[in-house]
Ligand binder design. Structure first.
Ligand SMILES: *Cc1c(COP(=O)(O)O)cnc(C)c1O
Length: 358
């Protein structure tokens, strides 16, 4: 039986999108490839309405997070942490030999502009690491306001944003907010299989990369850009089948329009929150709840593991709490191509299993 994924990645992939991967193979130095790669890159740039360089890597997002460290930071950066994924950003920076100062906020809370303002000094940090949507806690950080503080307090500091579980599910104004890197892998709000990471990079960041030594090879932003500019290709063999799926999915997104896609995510989030408030409680700080994943505090002390086993019998799966939040919380991913109707089916199944009154 097909188990529908209400987990915050990988998300449910529609049958016709999966089918798009079965296009006959082509060479990655062929004209057909160049046309495919140019088409997806320019469609992304248009959809996201940005002047940013759009680089597409064959990797999950973690690879490009590491790449951003290698390309854009010589020594010191500031990392904001309010959950497991933002914590990993800091770990990645340290693993690449960077000096990392941190702002740490309790899990479930958002990072606030005044916290950044307190810590920033002109010229002290080459970059600030932000996480748009903390997938472990269901909290969305106020990126526009955070970026504004960085711009005011330390204009030369690059603003690097993990938007893995938000890009294509919630608005991001790369140019307007003055961001330098935004990255997202395809298995979350894009609703594609895992394997590609879409990366937006500012001109400013690319200029900085020119001054950084030992950027590495596979994730060298400048090399990737040069191959794109000269021939609409990539330095190494990319995941061609996934690029066909991305091309197809971008057509579907254009037909839906991003505006309606964002509205659909908001509607699903409202349904999930109303249900959570009625039967349990919300984990996220009020006002910062994520539009793509809802983290629910397990106030009834149910076994999340047993609930998921019972849901599997009915063709659904959700996520247990992340790391230390396991069994204390559980998460409903409502991102990608899922619909409010499908989410209501899941919630009805949970009510039935737990004998909750509708
Ligand atoms: C899923 C996720 C990641 C990890 O991405 P991969 O594609 O698995 O490397 C990083 N950050 C956030 C916010 C995520 O949701």
């Amino acid at each position: 039986m097909h188990t529908k994924l209400f987990i915050p990645g990988p998300t449910e992939v529609r049958e016709e999108v999966l089918q798009a991967q079965t296009h006959p193979m082509i060479g990655h130095r062929s004209q057909a490839f160049s046309e495919l790669f140019e088409s997806v890159t320019e469609t992304l740039r248009n959809l996201l309405q940005t002047r940013a360089e759009v680089l597409i890597f064959t990797s999950s997002a973690t690879g490009v997070m590491e790449g951003a460290m290698r390309n854009l930071v010589n020594r010191r950066l500031l990392s904001t942490i309010n959950g497991a994924f933002s914590q990993r950003w800091a770990q990645i920076a340290r693993a690449n030999g960077k000096e990392v100062d941190t702002i740490e906020v309790a899990w479930g809370k958002a990072v606030k502009p005044e916290m950044l303002a307190e810590k920033l000094q002109p010229g002290k940090y080459e970059a600030v690491l932000l996480t748009h949507n903390e997938t472990s806690t269901g909290v969305m950080n106020p990126i526009a306001e955070l970026a504004q503080v960085v711009r005011e307090k330390s204009p030369d500091t690059l603003i690097l944003v993990d938007a893995v579980s938000s890009l294509m599910g919630a608005p991001i104004d790369f140019d307007g907010w003055g961001l330098d890197v935004v990255l997202a892998s395809t298995q979350k709000c894009f609703a594609l299989p895992p394997g590609l990471t879409v990366t937006l990079v500012s001109e400013r960041a690319l200029k900085k990369a020119e001054t950084v030594e030992h950027r590495g090879y596979y994730f060298d932003f400048l090399l990737q850009r040069r191959y794109y500019q000269e021939r609409h290709q990539t330095p190494a063999t990319p995941a061609i089948s996934l690029l066909y799926a991305l091309q197809y999915q971008l057509q579907r997104i254009q037909e839906e329009t991003l505006e309606r896609r964002y509205a659909r995510h908001r509607e699903m989030a409202e349904i999930a929150r109303a249900w959570a408030r009625k039967y349990f409680a919300l984990f996220a700080e009020p006002g910062y709840e994520s539009p793509t994943v809802t983290t629910i505090t397990n106030t009834r002390g149910i076994s999340v593991k047993d609930l998921n086993q019972a849901l599997a019998q009915r063709g659904f799966t959700l996520s247990n709490g992340y790391g230390k939040l396991k069994e204390k919380t559980f998460r409903i991913g409502h991102m990608g191509d899922l619909t409010p109707g499908e989410l209501r089916e899941l919630l009805a199944a949970i009510n039935d299993i737990l004998n909750l009154e509708a």
